[in-house]
Design a protein around this ligand. Structure first.
Ligand code: UD1
Ligand code: MG
Length: 470
């Protein structure tokens, strides 16, 4: 039965692979020497996601049938990253980096049978938008090859797009360009779209007879024109085409992303009191009328609903904050923190994998992990869920309207019933029934006048020592 099901699934996949559609080739074999890093360049992060993932995400909007990542340096790590984002992505190896044309050729076998368009992206260029890629695919209706170009403020070493009216005649690399060609500031972003068969057919004619001794992908334009095929360029802003080659450029990319994310937050009705100090991840979502105070950091996977307040110096990732909640200052919400309406999480409080129901408060110096807090429960200062026994994690369940006394240790697994209380300083190792008060600490003993006597004796000893020393 299972064999049969697998066969059907495989047939469905094959069917999907063979219909007309778009394929993505993402070039990611380069070493990125200028990064001076043990990590492949495309795995360095902007806004909490690897560069490669940004490129894959943009391409995802085209609903590609196939995704082929061309890896070389650090191929295993690159493969891991690509598959983590989309487990249908195929990773092919380019053992020697002989040029962008050669790199694209490495994807040919993986795209066998693909009859639609292929779009080539670079893994180190994170800001190409889905809209731009969609425009390129639309332009393919009228042209055999579509290249993404941009007007460069400083064309530097980019390949130049040689056009005649609407037609793109060829692309000339800086090293091979004449003086007049170098004067062109319409440049090649590197993104190219063509029908798969056309792309590989043209590539088979590309040689490495040029100033770099490389197989240039860009040469396919001239070859196509000689054959009477049509080519055109779609324009995008220079900011979209930014490629990352060094740590300095990575920092510029981060800043570019953050400036854009802050502007988007304003447009969505979010108040940022000191926008330049707030950092967003690629997927941060913040609702209207939420206020984000200075120095707040959002890691991946954070969603904040409308009308919440994230106070200064808080750090949030993998969490959800509902309407009207107030977080911080100095709060840390880790993955799995799920905060309902009007909850309060105060200073030096860490919440991980825990659901906090509406109106519950954890205001000071606490760790709440692997737990559930019921509605309107109040957790006193210094409370800790002791969730880890050194081997496994355990759950703590606290009911609604509970009062957890300051400095309570909740030794998991443990549960506290509704309307219960724990005495401050309690170490709770057994379940507490609803409405009960749990006291679990040493009895207090008062010794009359003993403090004064002790102080006297201590002072006498200290004075004797001082006299001896002088
Ligand atoms: C390339 C273009 C140039 C364009 C510029 C935009 C060519 C010949 N030139 O030049 O027209 O203006 O990008 O940034 O295409 N790669 C591989 N394997 C290789 C070579 C490159 O995977 O053998 C990858 C790199 O990792 C990188 C991308 O392809 O992600 C571009 O390669 P790079 O060497 O930076 O090309 P440029 O010389 O900048
Ligand atoms: Mg480059």
């Amino acid at each position: 039965m299972r064999l049969f099901r697998n066969r059907i699934k495989r047939a469905q996949l094959e069917g999907k692979k063979n219909r007309m559609g778009t394929a993505l080739i993402i070039l990611a074999a380069g070493k990125g020497t200028r990064m001076k890093s043990d990590l492949p360049k495309v795995l360095h992060q902007v806004a909490g996601a690897p560069l490669l993932e940004h490129a894959m995400r943009a391409g995802q909007a085209l609903d590609p049938d196939r995704i082929v990542v061309v890896a070389g340096h650090g191929a295993e790590k690159v493969e891991h990253c690509a598959k983590a984002f989309n487990d249908e992505a195929e990773v092919v190896l380019q053992t020697e980096q002989l040029g962008t044309g050669h790199a694209v050729q490495q994807a040919q076998a993986a795209l066998a049978g693909h009859d639609g368009d292929t779009i080539v992206l670079y893994g180190d260029t994170p800001f190409i938008s889905s809209e731009t890629l969609t425009r390129m695919i639309a332009a393919r209706t009228d042209h055999d090859i579509v290249v993404l170009g941009f007007d460069a403020a400083d064309p530097g070493r980019y390949g130049r797009l040689v056009t005649k009216g609407e037609t793109l005649e060829r692309i000339v690399e800086f090293k091979d360009a004449s003086e007049s060609e170098r004067a062109i500031n319409f440049c090649n972003s590197g993104v190219i779209a063509a029908r798969s068969a056309t792309l590989f057919d043209l590539l088979s004619e590309v040689s490495n007879n040029n100033a770099s001794g490389e197989y240039y992908l860009t040469d396919i334009i001239g070859i196509a024109r000689e054959r009477g095929l049509s080519a055109s360029a779609v324009r995008c802003s220079e900011a979209e085409t930014m490629g990352i080659n060094s740590r300095a450029e990575l920092a510029v990319a981060e800043k570019t992303f953050q400036d854009h994310a802050r502007a988007t937050a304003f447009e969505n009705g979010v108040t940022l009191t000191a926008p330049e100090t707030v950092y967003f991840a690629f997927d941060t979502v913040i609702g209207r009328d939420t206020v984000v105070e200075p120095y707040v950091f959002f890691g991946p996977g954070a969603t904040v609903e409308s009308g919440a307040r994230i106070r200064a110096f808080s750090h949030l990732e993998g969490c959800h904050v509902a309407q009207g909640a107030i977080i911080g200052p100095y709060a840390r919400l880790r993955p799995g923190a799920e905060l309902a309406e009007n909850t309060r999480v105060g200073n030096f409080v860490e919440i991980k994998n825990a659901t906090i129901d509406a109106g519950a408060k954890v205001n000071h110096l606490s760790y709440i992990g692997d737990a559930h807090l019921g509605e309107a429960t109040n957790v006193g200062a210094g409370t800790i869920t002791c969730n880890y026994d050194g081997v496994s994690k355990h759950h703590t369940d606290v009911g609604s309207n509970v009062f957890i006394g300051s400095n309570t240790m909740l030794v998991a697994p443990v549960s506290i019933g509704d309307n219960a209380m724990t005495a401050s300083g309690a170490v709770i190792t057994k379940d507490v029934p609803a409405e009960a008060l749990a006291i679990a600490r040493a009895q207090q003993v008062n010794k009359p006048e003993l403090a004064r006597k002790l102080f006297d004796s201590l002072r006498r000893t200290a004075n004797l020592k001082k006299k001896k020393a002088s």
